[in-house]
Design a protein around this ligand. Sequence first.
Ligand code: PLP
Ligand code: COI
Length: 340
Amino acid sequence: MSKDVNIDWSNLGFNYIKTDYRYISVWKDGKWDEGKLTEDNMLTISEASTALHYGQQCFEGLKAYRRKDGKIQLFRVDRNAKRMNDSNKKLLMPEVPVEKFIDACMQVVRANEHFVPPYGSGATLYLRPFMIGVGNNIGVKPAPEYIFSVFAVPVGPYFKEGLSPCNFMIADYDRAAPQGTGGQKVGGNYAASLHPHLIAAERGFADCIYLDPATHTKIEEVGAANFFGITKNNEFVTPVSPSILPSITKYSLMDIARDYLKMPVYERDVYVDNLDEFKEAGACGTAAVITPIGGIEYNNELHVFHSEKEVGPVIKELYRILCGIQFGDVEAPEGWIFEV
Ligand code: PLP
Ligand code: COI
């Protein structure tokens, strides 16, 4: 690390810290400019930007990991690039070429290298790519111009202390509509989650769990993370629905469960009145990594899986392999790791 920064790496939470450089590129007259790094963390945009009024924006989240040998690597950044383009298509925004997206992330990590936490601290450099519709516009229609930007923040765990179980409650609200934008990473889904999250937090839960918006019988998302369960038959099960965000961590865990732990893996409906089928359950995502689910409150009863205090053995093993791959200690499947 070239420059010294005064950060207590082992006590980082998930909070904004201004790092030195961010990448910014503008789409205008039908094309992207070259993009550049800037020290300015303020954006000046038209008051009539579609991102401000009509939610025409999307974002991504991924991490840079410091390995034992000091080198830095990204995890499946190509997947984030593709998922962002899926969001872009859905909201009639221009696509960002995958190579441009990856290059932007690489540039931001290199320029902020001294903010990548040391190996062993458990912390990482979180990257936040995003796209906003800007320019002068007042009717409900796509913006004339767009900004694609990537900034970086060193982070620790999203839900309290690393790998310790959290309790969740079933939300009375939906984050997305059945045929809406739940499967894309667009800001509106998160705006809709603020109120249910507040209710859960006020009641002492880490977050809420969303059921499928059409029938409210099946588990979809755990706050800003996907759900998975380990059945009593030792199968890895995770719900499938167009209103679930396709989590890159979840698809990685499915591969790890199948290929490293030799478990049967299923994407299928998970009924909230059949939680008894699971001996362990977890939430997974870039920010959440794997957060074991201690219990779920549903109809005023707390359904406890493995334990409210202890991590179950299968989740412990999934966590060890996932983090081992991300930090470069365990051999990764081909194409998962991008060295910076
Ligand atoms: N679900 C939601 C709603 C999210 O915001 C996230 C975070 O990105 C995830 C799931 C997990 O996705 P990923 O593993 O790609 O970070
Ligand atoms: C992520 O896991 O990257 C997320 O986007 C979760 C949340 C911070 C929105």
